[in-house]
Design a protein around this ligand. Sequence first.
Ligand code: KIV
Ligand code: ZN
Length: 397
Amino acid sequence: MDVVRIFDTTLRDGEQSPGFSMKTEEKIRMARQLAKLGVDTIEAGFPISSRGDLEAVQAVAREVRDVPIAALARAKKLDIDAAVEALKLAAASRLHIFLATSDLHLQVKLNMTREQALEAIGSMIRYGRQQVAEVEFSAEDAGRTDIDYLCQVCKTAIDAGATILNLPDTVGYAVPEEYGEMFRRVREFLGDAQGVTLSAHCHDDLGLAVANSLAAIRAGVRQIECTINGIGERAGNASLEEIAVALAVRKESFGVTTNIKLEHLFPASRMLTEITGAQVAPNKAVVGANAFAHEAGIHQDGIIKNPSTYEIISPETVGVPSRSLVMGKHSGRNALRVSLRDLGFEATDAELAEIYRRVTALADESKSVRPRDILGIAHEVIRRGASTVPAEASSAA
Ligand code: KIV
Ligand code: ZN
């Protein structure tokens, strides 16, 4: 099976969004966790942006030896020099050069003609290649770049020595069919470009970053750029955990694999929320607090009988410490019995009925009942003796 390489940009694209900046020590901690997770490249920062970022990339490169470290640079000598300096201590490094290629960006932002951009791409990649063996080129706003011009851009970058070509949907505008088609056209144009890897980098402005990344894989892309928890500019980048799990769960459909060790996904997500203080939405796929919580009685009953009734991934697979069965007002008696067993209680039928009555009453008042609430009620009922309490609770299972 082909391997799709995971290029993690949590510490660069993720970190540059408001509220997600990290100190050097935090970047190192996160980078170690990313290495444990099995990512293929860690983009550690944008060294020209500040002295602090340059030093942070240096520190990550010095401390994390088992994963190649990438640093970002615009197609400018000063940027490339800063990135090269930051990567000097890396065991393996990648210089990531980018230049916008859509007419909109060329005219409005860069005041450059298409020809001037091609010249800058060629000369700056050659300059970078004199200092770093592996150069990736990103055609910023590729998703809105004229396809024939984009093909010329790719050829220029390869001829100058880039071996990874990243075609980002910088503004999250693409839809899956279009984004996949863009890669098909570029592949057709390049023919058999030996030793060149195509890469996708998607933003989530329309909530399509993961879908677009998966469409790119179907079109032959073998590197995906993504971030833990999907953090990144504006609405964020494609979420690493969602892509890795989608490719694992639907392996037969995609026919590719990754080097991600899924059991480290949840710890990586939690480490990031702990470092940044930014929680993920409870209903976030794979790592949200509710991703494996089953409240409806019918669902809980199914899960108890066979988890595959309502779960396509087990919480253990992605490193969630234990199944979190949330008790709420729709929960059934059977689920309560299992929760009580998890908490160490064997209740008689009468005790169970009374605990159930109290738990559902509590669930009516608050939205859900935590294990510690059940524990308190169970203690009280069982200590007091169920025979002295009414057992009128009804089953919602
Ligand atoms: O979104 C984007 O285009 C980028 C590039 C710099 C790779 O982040
Ligand atoms: Zn980006």
